[in-house]
Design a protein around this ligand. Sequence first.
Ligand code: ACO
Length: 325
Amino acid sequence: MRIYSRILGTGSYLPEKRLTNADLAAELAQQGVETSDDWIVERTGIRARHFAADTQGSSDLATEAARKALTAAGISADELDLIIVATSTPDMVFPSVATMVQHKLGTAGCPAFDVQAVCSGFIYALTIADSMIQSGSVKRALVIGSEIFSRILDFKDRTTCVLFGDGAGAVILEASDQPGILATDLHADGKYKDILCVPGHVNRGGILGDPVLKMDGQAVFKLAVGVLEETARASLAKANMTDADIDWLIPHQANIRIMQSTAKKLKMTADKVVVTVDQHGNTSAASIPLALDTAVRDGRIQRGQTLMLEGVGGGFTWGSVLLRY
Ligand code: ACO
């Protein structure tokens, strides 16, 4: 009998500080950087984002989201067999955010590690957890996406600093004889390294290179729309399903125009797409679990429905997870 990974519960966390486009534009204007609510909304669909406090690390955001997911699942942290955190903005170079979350949740012993696949990180982490559950080695897994992208933005570069926000989302997976995750699909192609990257790194006690986000927006846009359709179709084919079987599309929340183009290619109407980019901005690996938790908690997503989760990000990396909720 096949073992499936079922979502037992979801949770998310957004830092207190919320900036509308007008708030951000006013802050940027003080540094001589010009932008406007109109430009940001028209090109991206973003209206607001949250920024973490200086005292918070990705592990703090992740722990808050994890606590809510554990409560929703009705289990305690001691019942977890695995913790994976998807992040590109860890508290430290090492140890991992996952081990910090484990400790903050007051538990110890189970394996805990981070996955770094930028905006596809949650899809990668979910796929790894699913494989470990299917192998029988793990019964309950906590999978988190957590990011503080505000720390790696260049607030003098208006083409990137208006796009991102901070946050965390989490799910608890449990082994079940009922579906569950139906199919997964992962890819990467390292030749696209330079169109989206943070080139700086720690070197002999200093920083070598520029430690802020660089992006060729138009190249990213073109690539994203193509691979998001391909990976969704690949997961559907593996599960012998078609686009008509999808109840909810939960794509990485980078830009409303990328999401609309993907939905159109999958012949899905806008009301079947979960959109949180307007309120969260692009929270990288946190964006998909944040959107999932939002739509679970507001009652849109119901048990038994079929969800297509898909992401694309730096690397480039991309992938999808098709599941029955
Ligand atoms: N405010 C006002 N004007 C701006 C801003 C801003 N924040 N940023 C750029 N502009 C100006 C530019 O300077 C340019 O002016 P010019 O014509 O006088 O030179 C004009 O707006 C158009 O700039 P473009 O870069 O051509 O704008 P475009 O329509 O390509 O939109 C955007 C830029 C939104 C980044 C778009 O390329 C995009 O959505 N790309 C996808 C990238 C993305 O979503 N990345 C997220 C991270 S990747 C991921 O998560 C997968």
